[in-house]
Design a binder for this molecule. Structure first.
Ligand SMILES: N[C@@H](CCC[C@H](N)C(=O)O)C(=O)O
Length: 277
């Protein structure tokens, strides 16, 4: 199978984007892993597939696969790249679009300055399985990770995140602890592990060990989950600028029951074709 693809990134979280509207695409987990391979394929953290909508009230369907081949529910940096892709490819002229994902509909908007704002939906506090909680036990929970007991907030942004607050994100044991948290029995579907340092009421620093991809330079849904966490823990207030190793994102959240708005860049790097068996 010969596939046309576009390589994109959002703050260094990189993607292979495939148009499945204008070419036949048949992906298996093995093919995803080969495309994502940085030595034998194109290389990416996630593969994004753009498809026709399956319902009349949305413009497109968008599917997300981690580098390990697993299909997942949501991807924030990918959502921004998705909008830039459908514009650059002439698939739509709309600046505000509605997109089906595995975890529901999101609404990204291409701004006049080229940045993209995405309504990422209402976060859910996993411990309580409700979007509105006042119970602090549900906000901060102990998790035994190897020899350490860490205090996590389990937030779903459509996909799962376990966020902990650390004193210094550069010194945080992201690789070692992130890998243990990703596969912790508390999260049967595995989880993205976030490490957040509060700089001041409107600025945090973040690293994320992503499920199915390892540590990435930035994670959009991770940034949303981190902001929800620090606001619920009363360590910060909306809006919050999130510093990642790949750059900065702006996140606004009005509190429980409200959607999270994420604004940041999306960049096209190159396009190509690849033969994949
Ligand atoms: N990098 C993404 C998240 C991609 C999916 C994640 N690894 C998961 O398994 O849930 C983002 O920008 O949100």
């Amino acid at each position: 199978m010969r596939l046309r693809f576009t390589k994109m990134h959002g703050l260094g979280n990189d993607f292979v984007v495939i148009d499945a509207i204008r070419q036949p695409v048949d992906l298996t987990p093995e093919r995803v892993r080969r495309l994502a391979d940085r030595h034998f394929g194109v290389g990416c953290d996630q593969l994004l597939v753009v498809e026709e909508a399956t319902r009349p009230d949305v413009d497109f369907r968008y599917r997300i696969f981690n580098a390990d081949g697993g299909e997942v529910e949501q991807c924030g940096n990918g959502a921004r790249c998705f909008v830039r892709f459908v514009h650059e490819q002439g698939l739509t002229a709309k600046r505000e679009i509605r997109v089906e994902t595995r975890s529901g509909i999101i609404a990204p908007r291409l701004e006049d300055d080229g940045l993209v704002t995405v309504d990422m939906g209402v976060p859910v506090l996993e411990a309580a399985r409700v979007p509105f909680v006042s119970d602090s036990d549900a906000v901060v929970q102990p998790l035994q990770v190897g020899d350490a007991s860490v205090a996590i907030t389990a937030v779903s942004m459509g996909n799962p995140h376990a966020v902990q607050v650390v004193a210094d994100v550069d010194a945080a044991p992201v690789e070692v602890q992130g890998a243990l948290i990703e596969r912790h029995p508390r999260f049967p579907a595995r989880v993205n592990a976030g490490f957040v340092q509060v700089v001041d009421a409107h600025r945090i620093r973040l690293r994320v060990f992503e499920r199915g991809a390892g540590e990435t330079l930035a994670c959009g849904t991770g940034a949303c989950a981190a902001v929800v966490t620090v606001i619920l823990r009363e360590l910060a207030q909306s809006p919050v600028r999130v510093e990642t190793r790949g750059g900065e994102l702006d996140i606004a959240w009005g509190g429980p029951g409200q959607p999270v708005l994420m604004t940041g860049p999306a960049v096209t790097v190159f396009a190509g074709e690849i033969d994949i068996d």
